[in-house]
Design a protein around this ligand. Structure first.
Ligand code: AMP
Ligand code: MN
Ligand code: MN
Ligand code: MN
Length: 291
């Protein structure tokens, strides 16, 4: 069994393509012993995932990936080990889901004006009646042959300054941390290398995050290179944050990201799971940059 837990994954409750129970089955088959389901702004998949995990004897960590606006950018905060019945968390996520519902219609309207008809309906159909995210629009546009891959859709249609981009206000860092902590969870900055922040801005983000009670940063994640892992191991150490690891798996359509296929944490990292009961001791990768 893989001694490194996979602490960041998605199901059809948000923009993943496997149902929560299918995700658990695939994780189990891949040798993952501990898995967190962290859907975007919803905990709706957790019940189904928990039942499937119990049958197989896999440890499911209840989680969520909260969308945050920080300094006019979107930053993702993963909450782990939460009580998803907590009312503050539920109210907070409900507000984000309301914004998502409106935003999806607005993306559809804007793409319509740009000559892409029926995008809202198309995205909705791909969302199984659950949350509609930009990923669903991207899948629809690829299917409709309006772009050749997901990356192209984001570049041409869905990012800042592009026709289907809808700016908006997610949670503040303080709100997201308030919800996660109220629910007894531990907050982690997701895939930090993706934000394109300078070293100084990253230090500002991580510093503020720690001040409002954040505990970890993803050092190892599907979108990080080995260099990124060492960079963020250093950030984590400097900011006295723990290190997390997660694939950010969205489904078998992206074959370059697989459940539990995670490199070791660089030496000197304190794994976020260090004091969790029943967790194996994580092996580390020696490297001077982190020590
Ligand atoms: P949303 O939270 O609805 O704005 O959508 C964000 C999601 O879009 C991320 O979690 C990714 O799954 C996906 N995404 C963002 N950028 C890209 C990209 N360049 N290529 C493929 N998927 C992307
Ligand atoms: Mn996603
Ligand atoms: Mn994310
Ligand atoms: Mn994610």
């Amino acid at each position: 069994m893989n001694p490194i837990p996979d602490l960041h994954t998605h199901s059809t409750a948000s923009d993943g393509t496997l149902a929560p129970s299918e995700l658990i089955e695939r994780a189990f088959a891949a040798g993952v012993g501990v898995l967190a389901l962290t859907d975007h702004d919803t905990t709706d998949g957790l019940d189904e995932a928990a039942s499937a995990a119990e049958v197989l004897g896999l440890v499911l960590i209840p989680g969520v990936e909260v969308s945050v606006t920080w300094s006019r950018r979107t930053v993702h905060v993963v909450g782990l080990r939460l009580d998803c019945a907590n009312p503050r968390l539920r109210e907070g996520l409900a507000r984000l889901m309301e914004f998502r519902a409106w935003r999806a219609e607005e993306i559809g309207r804007r793409l319509g004006k740009h000559g892409v008809p029926d995008a809202y309906e198309g995205a909705r159909e791909l969302s199984n009646g659950r949350l509609i995210g930009r990923t669903h629009f991207a899948r629809f546009l690829v299917k409709a042959r309006l772009a050749s891959d997901m990356g192209e859709v984001f570049r041409r249609f869905l990012t800042n300054g592009k026709p289907g981009h809808v700016p908006g206000q997610w949670a503040t860092l303080e709100e997201a941390l308030g919800w996660i902590r109220a629910a007894g969870g531990e907050a982690v900055i997701a895939h930090p290398a993706r934000y394109g922040l300078t070293r100084t801005r990253m230090q500002a983000l991580l510093g503020e995050f720690r001040e409002v009670g954040g505990v970890g940063v993803e050092v190892v994640t599907g979108s990080h290179s080995r260099d990124d892992a060492f960079t963020f191991a250093r950030h984590a150490r400097e900011q006295r944050l723990r290190a997390s690891a997660g694939s950010d798996y969205h489904g078998p359509e992206n074959p370059w990201i697989e459940l539990g296929r995670l490199p070791r944490l660089p030496e000197g990292c304190v794994p976020i799971w260090r004091d969790w009961s029943g967790m194996p001791v994580a092996p580390v990768e020696p490297q001077a940059a982190c020590g």
